[in-house]
Write a protein that binds this ligand. Structure first.
Ligand SMILES: Nc1ncnc2c1ncn2[C@@H]1O[C@H](COP(=O)(O)OP(=O)(O)OP(=O)(O)O)[C@@H](O)[C@H]1O
Length: 259
């Protein structure tokens, strides 16, 4: 198993021995994973193996679930994200998240993308305009919405809504973007646009994506982690993991023997 494949790349997130309990149920059994700057990492594995649970640890989304206990360590650029002094709102700006179902607010496209900036106290109209446009361009949706910026985001298609959600996350200039099955509710053309978007923005962000779609993982990710029953089985360069996995469980999963 190669956990530090990109040794030359600066590691942005390092997690060690992460255990997560939902009440008495242990969903993660000690996960060691790290993620580098400008890297796309994919988390794959059968339903219920803990992919989303692990992803949510990275910006403390599990804090919102009653009865959850987490042990181990997760650091963002060397700082413990679970330290008592951490401002969780600030953390979630640095580690943004896109969900499975597009979830734009019932506001205009402009206000969706400007939302986080306004919350952060940005009032300068030209700065807001500039960030909204840049973020929509990065999310590869600008051309489709630029003439309708003040229409409700809900009036756009699911695929367009998802790219508006990506733009909303990018507007606050995060370091890490987490995506939890962002294309599973989308048609293939919209999915391909999201994939292109991720490839376009990888030079500025660290991207961690949970996906059930193995072709998607192999198309866009630099490294892939295979999880099974709350354990990390293998983490390696994507091509290596798909073409020549070290572990039998990985090979069985890739060959459709379970999951
Ligand atoms: N809020 C919760 N309360 C209790 N158990 C939970 C909760 N969320 C998830 N679990 C359990 O934790 C385990 C891991 O779930 P998780 O959703 O992380 O898996 P997953 O790999 O993302 O699955 P899927 O691919 O189906 O989304 C499962 O056994 C699940 O039933």
């Amino acid at each position: 198993m190669e956990k530090t494949a990109n040794t030359k790349t600066k590691q942005i997130i390092t997690s060690e021995d992460v255990h997560l309990y939902y009440g008495s149920f242990e969903a993660l059994h000690g996960i060691d994973l790290n993620f580098g700057e400008h890297e796309i990492a994919a988390l794959i594995g059968p339903s219920g193996c803990g992919k989303s649970t692990y992803l949510r640890c990275l910006n403390r989304m599990n804090d919102l679930i009653p009865g959850v206990k987490i042990t181990g360590s997760i650091e963002l650029e060397g700082n413990d994200i679970y330290a008592p002094k951490v401002d969780v709102v600030e953390l979630r700006k640095r580690v943004g998240m896109v969900f499975q179902q597009p979830n734009p607010f019932p506001f205009s496209v402009y206000e969706n993308v400007a939302y986080g900036l306004r919350l952060a106290g940005v009032r300068d109209k030209s700065l807001l305009d500039e960030r909204v446009e840049t973020s929509l361009k990065q999310a590869a949706i600008w051309d489709e919405v630029k003439d309708n910026l003040y229409d409700s985001a809900l009036s756009f298609s699911g695929g367009q809504q998802q790219r508006i959600c990506v733009a909303r996350v990018l507007a606050v200039q995060p370091e890490v973007v987490l995506l939890d099955e962002p294309t599973s509710a989308l048609d293939p053309i919209s999915s391909a646009k999201i994939e292109d978007t991720l490839l376009n923005i990888r030079d500025k962000y660290t991207i961690i994506i949970v996906t059930h779609n193995m072709q998607q993982a192999s198309r866009i990710s630099d490294r892939t982690a295979f999880l099974l029953n709350g354990n990390l089985v293998e983490y390696d360069k994507t091509e290596k993991l798909f073409m020549n996995p070290e572990k039998e469980e990985t090979s069985d999963y890739l060959n459709g023997k379970f999951g």
